[in-house]
Design a protein around this ligand. Structure first.
Ligand code: PMP
Length: 437
């Protein structure tokens, strides 16, 4: 293709044309095949072209594609909400549908704000979030996102936020400190920050349960989120967990926070919810938030044209049913150890691999100049981009980022393969990656 009128992300080059997807493989117009080892951006949990999902989408399309939610609900939206609430963390009673991750975060921020307006605490308008986090690219989500580099050029942003430390043991745990003590120290920082801002001004703490795109899979230390939950409860601050990337089975349990023993007040999900078959996301909300709104103004002052789109709901419902029916969460749990062993085998002693970390089918490999000092590569070298191209040339899709952690460190590779990836395909992924690195 010589000329393009699509406004591509890079205005300097046109990417290859993708024409086909089957299982964990994508094919371009030249016939070259790629293993989708990042599920796009941690999206394709069932891989591409899953027959059950396609059939359900076709059936829904034949019956009804779209009916605006100001007039109607649909059976499939009701079924999907039932499924999500049945499997949600304790106390979550409703699912609010949107079209993607950033929209889910925007809706959650507004829900939190409206909750406090409804219960007569309008002065609560300040959010606490974490550095080295990503919550989306719309202006509210960007404001809570903890990446100064992304925010800087678009300031002033729309939401009042203070950022605290992420849970990043590889970089920030002190020598000799136990993971539990580190988690407590972070919770104490949150406590002190809330006190400094003014406990009656803070409405919510926003965090990815397992950090994703910004720093290459940040797994919380044991006890961290329980301690965070206690601090939030002490000050009447809502806990909003963003599981857009780490949720919907990616870490081996349906919701990552199940492994941390906490239930949030609001939770955002997207990506793996629809598995890439349709754009869809949702906010799961605790009963008390929905009740406050229904007893108060009676509606949520928000809404998008395509929320609850029937074909998107059909796709998501089927994706979730297939995950349950085929026992894919158990497969992810079983094969997690295999991925870790493969990565350790190839990269455990690699001079430029500082850390290998992850849960389930969600793994990060952090690249450093040298293992002892953990010194990052100069961001200007754009090492992650070089790894991505080298992998791409070898028919491997990985999701690298770099220089995005406030411009300091951050060359990393993120692996998030579809849950259906076979043992042989996992071996191929890590072998091709080792070759690329
Ligand atoms: N939150 C998290 C944790 C994400 O990883 C992302 C996307 N990478 C988003 C929100 C935004 O989602 P979307 O790109 O669908 O708007």
């Amino acid at each position: 293709m010589s000329a393009t009128h699509v406004f591509h992300r890079s205005l300097l080059s046109t990417p290859p044309v993708a024409v086909k997807g089957e299982g964990v493989w994508l094919e371009d117009a030249s016939g070259k095949r790629y293993i989708d080892a990042s599920g796009g951006a941690a999206v394709s949990c069932l891989g591409h072209g899953h027959p059950d999902v396609l059939e359900a989408m076709h059936r829904q399309l034949d019956a009804l594609a779209y009916a605006h939610t100001s007039f109607f609900t649909t059976e499939v939206a009701e079924q999907l909400a039932d499924q999500l609430v049945r499997t949600a963390p304790a106390g979550m009673s409703h699912a609010y549908f949107v079209s993607g991750g950033s929209e889910a975060v925007e809706a959650a921020l507004k829900m939190a704000r409206q909750y406090y307006l409804e219960i007569g605490q309008p002065e609560r308008s300040h959010f606490i979030a974490r550095r080295q986090s990503y919550h989306g690219n719309t202006l509210g989500a960007l404001a809570v996102g903890g990446n100064a580099w992304r925010r800087k050029q678009f300031a002033p942003l729309l939401v009042d936020v203070t950022h605290v430390s992420p849970c990043y043991p590889y970089r920030d745990m002190h020598p000799g400190e136990t993971p539990e003590a580190y988690g407590q120290r972070l919770a104490q920082e949150l406590d002190e920050t809330i006190q400094r801002v003014g406990p009656n001004k803070v409405l919510a703490f926003v965090a990815e349960t397992v950090g994703g795109a910004t720093a290459g899979v940040l797994v919380p230390v044991p006890g961290y989120f329980k301690a965070v939950r206690e601090v939030c409860d002490k000050h009447g601050v809502l806990l909003i967990l963003d599981e857009v990337m780490c949720g919907m089975g990616r870490t081996g349990t349906l919701h990552a926070c199940e492994q941390d023993g906490v239930a949030p007040d609001l939770m955002t999900i997207a990506k793996g919810l629809g598995g890439g078959y349709q754009p869809i996301g949702a906010v799961l909300a605790q009963q008390k938030i929905v009740e406050a709104m229904s007893k108060g103004s009676g509606f949520f002052q928000h809404g998008h044209t395509y929320l609850g789109h029937a074909v998107a709901c059909a796709a998501a419902l089927t994706v979730q049913q297939v995950i349950e029916r085929d026992g894919l969460l158990s497969k992810v749990q079983r094969d997690a150890a295999r991925i870790e062993a493969l990565l350790q085998d190839r990269f455990g002693n690699h001079p430029h691999v500082g850390d290998i970390r992850g849960r389930g089918f969600f793994w990060g490999v952090e690249l450093v100049q040298d293992r002892a000092s953990k010194a990052p590569f100069d961001p200007a070298r754009r090492l992650h981009a070089k790894v991505k191209s080298a992998a791409f040339a070898r028919g491997l899709l990985v999701y690298p980022m770099g220089g995005t952690v406030d411009g300091q460190y951050g060359d990393h590779i993120l692996l998030a393969p579809p849950f259906i990836t076979s043992e042989d395909e996992l071996t191929q992924i890590v072998a091709r990656l080792a070759d690329a690195v």
